[in-house]
Design a protein around this ligand. Structure first.
Ligand SMILES: Cc1cc2nc3c(=O)[nH]c(=O)nc-3n(C[C@H](O)[C@H](O)[C@H](O)COP(=O)(O)OP(=O)(O)OC[C@H]3O[C@@H](n4cnc5c(N)ncnc54)[C@H](O)[C@@H]3O)c2cc1C
Length: 382
């Protein structure tokens, strides 16, 4: 029977970054499996490709900063082309309470991120069709777009060059468990045993362990993206703009038009997570009209949906499952999995190769805290 040291299930950005990081540090005999025909064809291939380190959660913010530094100078052997499009990211809010809250967050000394305060005039200068009302904007000049395709390819190329084997069209049907140990995975073509199995299965994170009565309760939430037809008013290198207050909405230049999201987040079964819900399009149009009145006539040229997957406390889940031996998680990357992938891979490799991680965010992301929470909740109910 086939036997490996390490199996990683899922070749999205989580599985790819983990495979690269493990291989980079000398880990050998690694098999990366994905049920899809192409790696990265689910959430990793369906997102907004925005690099945003301004994340209110300190544990995730740290991962974002480390990762962004790596993407800016990854070294020519990792990727020969720039990964970050530093056209700027503007985080904005309407005048009033939203603006005050944004200012309190961004000027908090614990939130170490270089930014410059602007007003809506600056947004209008970059995006002339933007609304006339007032508000505040914070510019993160070195952020903006990220080349997701190049990043994923670089992780996979680096991993494969260092001996990782990748198999696509290889759906894992179940985990093989004996007592309190995971022994491997069952695929359509038979079992594969392994010392360690990593679940990097994105929106499907819950499925394989629910069957084993080892739930961690992930929640897949569907979000739509829409791209408008090309318009000469859109400057191709204009910054990303993200309204974080009530009425959340973001947009950035894409293919001559604007890519935008009304930031919908409906909980769905993973089987429906990528299904376009046409009822959402009027919601996007309505928000677009409010924020971008100068583009009122723009037609929608393209639209799609993808899953952002969350744990109970919205933090990533990285590390060994405390209930069984041989099982690790790299899951629940929510809406920041691309931005944070480098540090996610590093943290996962710590756990896989060393059985521990000294990373300051490691305790906050360990699966154990979800089980403690569950027990605490149960105690509170009695
Ligand atoms: C609309 C939208 C916009 C977003 N925008 C951004 C953004 O701008 N910036 C950012 O940083 N993040 C963004 N995200 C979040 C980001 O896309 C995700 O956090 C990230 O892609 C998650 O990666 P993953 O590898 O965990 O999941 P996935 O990419 O979904 O990979 C999981 C893989 O596991 C495989 N798999 C699952 N089950 C099995 C099985 N049983 N057997 C074999 N293979 C299996 C799947 O085929 C899949 O390839 C966005 C997400 C969405 C939906």
């Amino acid at each position: 029977m086939e036997k490996r040291k390490l199996i990683i299930v899922g070749s999205g950005i989580a599985g790819a970054a983990t495979a690269w990081s493990v291989a980079q540090r000398g880990g050998r005999d690694v098999l990366l499996l994905d049920g899809a025909t192409q790696p990265g064809s689910h959430s990793t291939g369906r997102n907004a490709a925005i690099l945003r380190t301004a994340i209110p959660d300190a544990a995730l913010h740290r991962l974002a900063l480390i990762s962004a530094n790596f993407y800016r100078q990854p070294g020519a052997d990792f990727c020969g082309t720039p990964l970050v499009e530093e056209h700027g990211l503007m985080i904005i809010a309407n005048a009033g309470e939203n603006s005050r809250q944004l200012e309190a967050w961004i000027t908090n000394p614990a939130f170490a991120c270089p930014s410059e305060k602007l007003d809506f005039q600056a947004v209008r200068k970059a995006h002339p069709y933007f609304r006339e009302e007032d508000g505040s904007a914070w510019l993160f000049a070195n952020e903006g777009g990220i080349d997701v395709h190049a990043l994923l390819e670089a992780y996979l190329r680096g991993a494969l060059q260092r001996g990782v084997e990748m198999r696509t069209r290889c759906q894992v049907r179940r985990l093989i468990r004996e007592g309190n140990r995971i022994l491997g995975v069952e695929t359509a073509t038979g079992p594969i045993l392994a010392d360690q199995v990593v679940l990097a299965t994105g929106g499907w994170a819950s499925l394989l362990t629910d069957d084993l009565q080892l739930p961690l309760h992930f929640n897949a939430r569907r979000r739509h993206l829409v791209v408008t037809a090309a318009d000469t008013a859109v400057k191709p290198h204009a910054p990303v703009v993200w309204n974080v207050g009530a009425d959340e909405f973001y947009f950035r230049p894409e293919s001559g038009g604007l890519l935008m999201s009304a930031c919908d987040h409906v909980a769905v079964a993973p089987a429906l997570g990528e299904m376009l819900d046409r009822d959402v399009l009027p919601e996007v149009a309505e928000k677009a009209l409010r924020w971008l009145p100068g583009l009122a006539d723009a037609a929608f040229a393209n639209a799609w949906a993808g899953m952002r997957t969350f744990s109970k406390d919205n933090r990533f889940v990285i590390g060994p499952d405390p209930r069984v031996e041989g099982l690790l998680w790299v899951a629940g990357l929510g809406g920041h999995g691309i931005t944070c992938s480098y540090a996610v891979g590093e943290l996962a490799a710590d756990w896989i190769l060393n059985g521990r991680s000294a990373h300051p965010s490691a305790p906050a992301l360990h699966p154990r805290r979800l089980l403690l929470n569950r027990e605490q909740h149960q105690l509170a109910r009695h």
